[in-house]
Design a protein around this ligand. Structure first.
Ligand code: NAD
Ligand code: GLY
Length: 382
């Protein structure tokens, strides 16, 4: 994460959603182009930037400067950092502040931050005045490859994650890869779980590329002749854009993006959405569990499950329950959390399972007893 700050020609990934189509702009230094890009899309808009305290300290001034350079007036709303801000209380604060800032239809909300800010600000944009346009400026690796694209916005309920929200597509995503230089290494690593996810769910060739080049993605700069970080982000965004374009509302294929998330969300919730286990770390553990569960069902060999685990472990991600700081919830608590997850339909559990590296599929008919027996064995291995 020490590559020099320099502008690069952006990679543009289109998201083909008809009247709601937009572009993802990926490259170093692209934040400086934000105002000019917005001016083309909404010539008369003023902006309110929603961000968190950490990102405000590092990147808010540059963001507002980029808007001012294009003659765009902006104000800012700064919320506490962390998952706790995906709450009713912070949602109310943000909505009221957007209204107080006199943001009208035709103006824009700019979400400057990681997945927490994108989800929160996007939901506020979807709700205030029955829908304001918004722009995503993702500042974490996780947000650049996943959460800023596809229009899922929302907050958490006391019953579980992301249970209150809306589909609301941004009109533009600007992913400046230089912003990742200030991201704490643990956060970058956690986001890498979502990068690996794209290879593991549908792109075996990309997964093999990651196995050879993941260090280049972490370092920035060139690897195998391409700018590794930008290349990886673009491949993930193309993969997500293709899935979202064919299943915007998750009635089918989009669920593939949840590989590792059913187990992962339960572990994340069981750890109290705390620094004990970051979202991406929970996803890494969840992916390993999904591969091992698939192996137990005879869908793949142990070697394939081992390959997924080995790569995530090489990148420094947790791959065994014993690596979770403090105690992992017991089997009853984990099964309760899985049952509360929104991927449960009429008592049957839905899991994303695999028939190989890059061959994920949706299995709607998994019995709770089978999952309980599997997880009990995993917990006993601790
Ligand atoms: P986050 O937004 O909490 O950011 C992680 C930490 O990094 C925070 O402390 C933040 O202040 C800090 N930070 C962010 N950018 C920084 C930068 N450039 N420099 C320094 N510090 C920086 O976490 P996240 O991992 O980006 O997102 C996780 C959230 O995303 C979860 O709530 C998850 O549910 C959600 N998510 C949503 C989708 C979706 O499709 N909407 C997809 C995946 C995940
Ligand atoms: N991250 C899951 C989705 O966007 O559908």
């Amino acid at each position: 994460m020490t590559a020099p700050l320099r502008a690069s020609e952006p990679i543009i990934v289109p998201v083909a959603l008809g009247a709601r189509a937009y572009e993802i702009v990926i490259g170093r230094g692209q934040l400086a182009t934000l105002g000019a890009r917005i001016k083309v899309l909404r010539a008369a808009a003023k902006c309110v930037v929603v961000t968190d305290v950490n990102v405000a300290q590092k990147h808010l001034a540059a963001c507002q400067d980029a808007l001012a350079a294009a003659g765009i007036e902006s104000s800012a709303i700064v919320v506490p950092e962390g998952e706790g801000s995906k709450s009713y209380a912070t949602f109310e604060t943000v909505c009221e502040a957007i209204i107080a800032a006199r943001i009208e239809r035709g103006d824009l909300v700019v979400a400057l931050g990681g997945g927490v800010i994108g989800d929160l600000a996007g939901f506020a944009a979807a709700s205030v005045r029955r829908g304001l346009d918004f722009v995503q400026v993702p500042t974490t690796l996780l947000a650049q490859v996943d959460s800023s694209v596809g229009g899922k916005t929302g907050i958490n309920s006391r019953h579980g994650k992301n249970l209150v929200g809306a589909f609301h597509q941004p009109i533009l995503v600007v992913a400046d890869t230089a912003l990742l230089d200030t991201l704490p290494e643990r956060e970058f690593r956690a986001g890498y779980a979502e990068v690996a996810k794209y290879g593991l769910l549908g792109d075996a060739e990309f997964f093999a590329w990651l196995e050879a080049n993941w260090q280049g993605v972490f370092a920035g700069g060139k690897s195998s002749g391409v700018l590794a970080r930008e290349h990886a982000i673009a491949v993930c965004c193309r993969g997500k854009a293709a899935i979202v374009a064919r299943d915007e509302r998750e009635t089918g294929d989009r669920a593939l993006l949840n590989l590792g998330h059913t187990f992962g969300h339960a572990l994340e919730a069981g750890c109290g959405f705390s620094g004990r286990l970051l979202h991406g770390e929970a996803v890494a553990l969840g992916i390993v569990l999904a591969f091992e569960f698939s192996a137990r069902r005879g869908l793949i060999g142990d070697a394939e499950a081992g390959r997924a685990l080995a790569h995530l472990a090489a990148a420094g991600l947790p791959t065994h329950l014993k690596e979770v700081a403090g105690c992992v919830p017991g089997i009853d608590a984990l099964m309760d959390l899985i049952a509360q997850d929104k991927k449960v339909k009429r008592g049957k559990l839905t899991f994303i399972l695999v028939r190989g590296i890059g061959q994920a599929f949706v299995e709607n008919d998994v019995s709770a007893a089978e999952v309980r027996a599997f997880l009990a064995d995993k917990l006993n291995q601790k």
